[in-house]
Design a protein around this ligand. Structure first.
Ligand SMILES: Cc1cc2nc3c(=O)[nH]c(=O)nc-3n(C[C@H](O)[C@H](O)[C@H](O)COP(=O)(O)OP(=O)(O)OC[C@H]3O[C@@H](n4cnc5c(N)ncnc54)[C@H](O)[C@@H]3O)c2cc1C
Length: 506
């Protein structure tokens, strides 16, 4: 039996473990090692940090979900990776051997690269986002200028804008926005560059920032942070830099990412920041039984800018990496050909026309649509949907998330507030249920504090959505045609009834 270890139970690690289990079944012992006992949906951290999401919305204990699939879970921090002997050390003491390993440990913020930056807040992990939320609550009672910034080389700049718009929306809701100037400090040469270049977002984002009265400070190399001001050097294309001091009372920053200590101290080839170097098969450049996925991988070279901007890595792009890394690990065990991430990426980009489009479609919360948002609501709703789908995948293992699962999660998360009842519009559909199914629906509705009719209606709606995903394209088109036919017939009937009534009344 093969021993396979996955380091990390995050956006890359959990799907990697599921994918390997799907491929290898009982022919391998798969163990996930993570320093945290929970899975957590990182992209929702900005909403958590303004209090629009709570911890239980975006994090869940991972052990039961892994063990339920026959995957072992070890809670502990990987403190060393001995690639020559194919073993890792957990919490400095416990040794675990492997035949193959998937490194999906994420990355660590490199706060110390810039003097004083470590004392600013951040939303990079759950604990930091929760701490930032507390500090934000305290700040909101005093107010003053906010800076939301990214250091040179920082790489997830879409979330910088997202957080700024959320803070803007939240402060408006509290009625104190006028007292709080908001500034974004970014290494980007123009707004919406995001490390990928292209100009698709430039105009719309510039307008959105102006409309929301958010000051944008670009080409900015953050060089230090004092108690009350951020020091930046603003660069020009000509290579000159002008120093500026940006005052703040509340500051949230995105630093550059680097490799975890176990990686940087190992014999595995890494880049200057300790991130793992992999080949086109997502395999270590030097060790054939070491694969990787996620932000622990050294990014490829970004196009040059006056101040360095890191390349982004989106959740969907990581899911593609996970599938390729898991496939290649299994293929290498079976002596089969490996898939190349470079070739598949090139095919995807050619299919979508350009990098920007590929990135935006992968981002799921298209920043381009920020212009259309009203008080951050649109982004927030889209993100909730994204979050729901991913958490369902973690809980139920469905490739695209399950609408039924999403329904249950929505009911659970809204039951406490009493809102979010599933409404059924239109004509009533009378269903004859089998006695045992009827009893189950009533029992579940009672447990979830729902009325049995609204629960049954929501369940049916979700089940239909899920069922549609099992149909072929032709069947779906035919269903759509029949839906329209039914609706038109119903409308015609209503119209006739109305006419008869009016006729009768006149
Ligand atoms: C604030 C923010 C907002 C974002 N918004 C979006 C977005 O809207 N859309 C999008 O597509 N992407 C977004 N991203 C990017 C995306 O969330 C990340 O790229 C993704 O989380 C990286 O996944 P990962 O598995 O590599 O790392 P992570 O999700 O960070 O997982 C790493 C895992 O490894 C574990 N670990 C770490 N060190 C050790 C150790 N020593 N031993 C054992 N386990 C360890 C961690 O506990 C964790 O379980 C956002 C990122 C941030 C920070």
């Amino acid at each position: 039996m093969q021993d396979i270890i996955v380091i990390g139970a995050g956006i890359a690690g959990v799907p990697a473990a599921y994918e390997l289990t799907r491929w290898l079944g009982s022919t391998a012992r798969i163990t996930v090692v993570s320093d945290r006992e929970y899975f957590h949906f990182v992209p929702s951290n900005p909403a958590l940090a303004v209090g629009w999401r709570v911890e239980s919305d975006i994090a869940l204990p991972i052990k039961p979900h892994l063990e339920g699939r026959g995957i072992d879970f070890v809670h502990g921090s990987v403190t060393a990776i001995d690639a020559d002997c194919s073993r890792i050390v957990v919490d400095g003491a416990r040794e675990l051997s492997y035949d193959s390993i998937v490194i999906a440990c994420g990355a660590v913020p490199r706060w110390r690269e810039i003097p004083g930056l470590a004392k600013l807040h951040s939303v990079l992990d759950l604990e930091q986002a929760l701490a930032t939320r507390k500090a934000y609550e305290r700040f909101a009672s005093r107010s003053g200028p906010i800076v939301i910034g990214a250091a040179p080389g920082a790489s997830i700049l879409g979330s910088v804008y997202e957080y700024a718009f959320l803070v803007d929306a939240d402060l408006r809701r509290r009625g104190i926005r006028r007292r709080v100037p908001i500034s974004i400090i970014t290494p980007e040469p123009y707004s919406g560059h995001l490390g990928i270049g292209g100009s698709a977002l430039r105009e719309s984002l510039t307008h959105a920032l102006a409309a929301h009265d958010i000051q944008w400070i670009g080409n900015a190399e953050t060089i230090g942070a004092a108690e009350d001001a951020i020091q930046v050097a603003r660069h020009t294309d000509g290579g000159r830099a002008k120093k500026e001091s940006i005052p703040y009372v509340f500051g949230v920053y995105w630093p550059r990412f680097g490799g975890i200590p176990a990686l940087t101290n190992s014999a595995l080839p890494t880049d200057a920041h300790g991130l793992l170097k992999v080949d086109q098969y997502l395999r270590s450049e030097q060790y054939e039984n070491v694969f990787a996925a996620g932000i622990c991988i050294a990014p490829s070279q970004a196009s040059p800018t006056p101040v360095e901007v890191g390349l982004p890595r989106t959740v969907d792009a990581i899911q593609e990496e996970v599938r390729i890394a898991a496939h290649n690990l299994v293929a290498s065990l079976r002596g089969q050909p490996l898939r190349s991430v470079a070739i598949e990426h090139a095919q995807r980009v050619m299919g979508t026309g350009q990098d920007q489009a590929a990135y935006m479609s992968a981002l799921r919360v298209p920043v381009g649509d920020i212009t259309g948002l009203k008080q951050g609501r649109w982004v927030y709703e889209a993100k909730k949907e994204f979050e729901n789908r991913f958490l369902n995948m973690v809980m139920f293992g469905f490739e695209h998330g399950s609408p039924v699962g999403a329904l249950i999660r929505t009911i659970r998360s809204t039951a406490a507030t009493g809102s979010g009842v599933i409404r059924h519009h239109g004509r009533q559909l009378v269903l004859e249920l089998d006695q045992s199914i009827y009893a189950e629906v009533v029992a579940m509705a009672t447990v979830l504090s729902q009325s049995s009719s609204s629960f049954a209606s929501g369940l049916l709606t979700a089940a239909i959505q899920e069922a549609k995903t099992c149909l072929t394209e032709t069947e779906r088109t035919e269903v759509q045609r029949r839906i329209e036919e039914t609706l038109i017939t119903a409308l015609q009937k209503e119209e006739e009834e109305r006419l008869q009534f009016e006729d009768g009344a006149s």
